[in-house]
Design a protein around this ligand. Sequence first.
Ligand code: ADP
Ligand code: TYD
Length: 219
Amino acid sequence: MFLITFEGIDGSGKSTQVRRLDAYLQDEGYDTLVVREPGGTELSERVRSLLLDPDLKVEPFTELLLFSAARAQVSAERIRPALADGRIVLCDRFYDSTTAYQGAGRGVAEPDWLQAFHRRVTGDLVPDRTYLVEVDPKTAQARRDDAARDDDRMEAAGDDFYRRVRDAYAELAEEHSGRFVRLDGTRSIDALHDTVRDDVQFLLDEGGGTPNSGTGSSS
Ligand code: ADP
Ligand code: TYD
């Protein structure tokens, strides 16, 4: 029914907001599916472990193809069927991550080329709403440190890389202002959730979304 994606640099607070929104929607009686990218299917989770392994050397174009391969699988196997069943799908990252990280961060491909490529990869999925949680790279790093998270292969890329990713996200939000909502990620978890919840509720009311009788979500 609705495809809602969350984007931002690592440690910005996306996953926290996905969990909060999922809990809210379930309380309201909506049937949800939560997926994280890369991941969400057996194949995609195996590709994830290749992509994040700090001991593997991965060429930038290979990286683009692997993230996209994981996405092609989760789109076909889980996201499109869930949408067809009338569920609300919440994605912790989707193809805007590839445009920002591989396109701008690694400099692998132009945005226009990527845009067409993403359509092929996902079978023409376009998010109904994309929340961009914006924090500066230093704040994100501090949050990752506080959470005692070891850097994975992507997170070892450094500050310049993250600045390019952050700027690319801001450009995407300008270009696709109809579906993007930019959030000041330095606000509290509760304040951010309230903004997201109100906006999603508005989207559902506007689109005539009614809660399903089904329960539960999975990731
Ligand atoms: P991401 O999914 O973007 O990597 P997480 O949701 O895992 O980020 O959050 C990273 C860390 O920052 C966690 O320890 C989380 O509790 C904390 N955090 C999340 N949102 C906020 C916020 N708005 N303010 C302060 N800390 C936050
Ligand atoms: P993950 O731990 O899920 O991210 P986060 O810390 O934001 O919760 O790790 C996914 C990593 O992969 C993250 O560094 C972003 C990166 N990534 C890409 O580079 N391209 C993509 O298309 C996707 C989906 C993720």
